[in-house]
Design a protein around this ligand. Sequence first.
Ligand SMILES: *Cc1c(COP(=O)(O)O)cnc(C)c1O
Length: 399
Amino acid sequence: MNKWVKRSKKDFLVFGSPLIEQAEIDEVVSCMQSAWLGTGPKVAKFEEDFRAYKKADHAVAVNSCTAALHLSILVTGIEPGDEVITTPLTFCATVNAIIHAGGTPVLADVDPLTMNIDPVEVEKKITPRTKAIIPVHFAGRPCRMDALCAIAHQNDLVLIEDCAHAIETEYHGRKAGTFGDLGCFSFYTTKNIVTGEGGMILSNKKEYADRLKILALHGMSSDAWQRFSDEGYKHYMVTEPGFKYNMMDLQAAIGIHQLTRIDHYWQRRQEIWNAYNNLLRKLPVTTPPEPEPDTRHAYHLYPILIDEKKAGISRDAFLSAMNNQNIGTGVHYLSLPEHPYYRKTFGWVPQDYPHAMRIGRQTVSLPLSAKLSNEDIEDVVIAIRSSIDSKKHRPKKQF
Ligand SMILES: *Cc1c(COP(=O)(O)O)cnc(C)c1O
């Protein structure tokens, strides 16, 4: 497969489609030929390469960011009834992980411009039961880590960063995922680098890293990772009831090569991000603010806001209009209180988190994969223009 194969106008532009190149295809094939598919040397290499890239002390590969979040919350010793503060503008996995780890999720609204959790709102939500904060670097834009670290420090709270959008993110010279106690990453197919499914946990504490490895593989003592090598049979000892969250060599085979191109892909997404900024400037949609000084945005998502009063089309009609023009888009995210389970279980109401609610009801993520050609970008912009212009989408008069 050639990455420069042009998309025909008839083809649907798939949102978040990753760029897969020959080196990872060859590595996967060699993995298949060696018949070593499970956790082994390629996972160890991917962990080490990722750790070095992030300048972290320890890295533990797992099979998703959801698993990474679940285990990270568990190792911090959370107890039933402990509260964990996070953002309402995130993927459901962030709060599901809190729930599965036995904690009680508490939401703090976002800043309306950066779409990141607002430290002022976090402080309002702290109670004697608060145990941890999980900021999400939304779209790849870093949260205000100076304020969040200070709050965590003053209140003796654990800080776990959800870096699913933020592999390349930096804040004041420091890399996302290394501010708090633990940082969780995703290599899901739409993320900045991919392994199909996959995740990574960074920590500066060796005790955490050691226990994470055990928890990720059934709770078996750490020797179990070498259980299938040729060093002779080793008994494993189960020290606690763990999970089946280990990454496979087959997955790491992809990640090792994706990681070598991370800056190259980042540069391409930055070009696309800037192109959208220029091309959409005059349209009645809200584009993302510039990255803040002394930060590095990971350019994972390019969210625009469709305000029906300005654009003359509702967000949902806009999504359909784009789809009808063969452009795949995303919604990141309906705010969590919109979902029935959380409303029912925690009594959350969207109106209590007004910024996240409004963003969730107006946002549309445009394609931002490094795979996009310049023609693809033009196609997206043409489709946006015609979706907004088409009179048939104008709101009907009431009477
Ligand atoms: C994708 C994502 C996750 C979950 O990642 P998986 O690897 O798919 O489990 C968690 N949090 C956020 C913010 C995400 O975007």
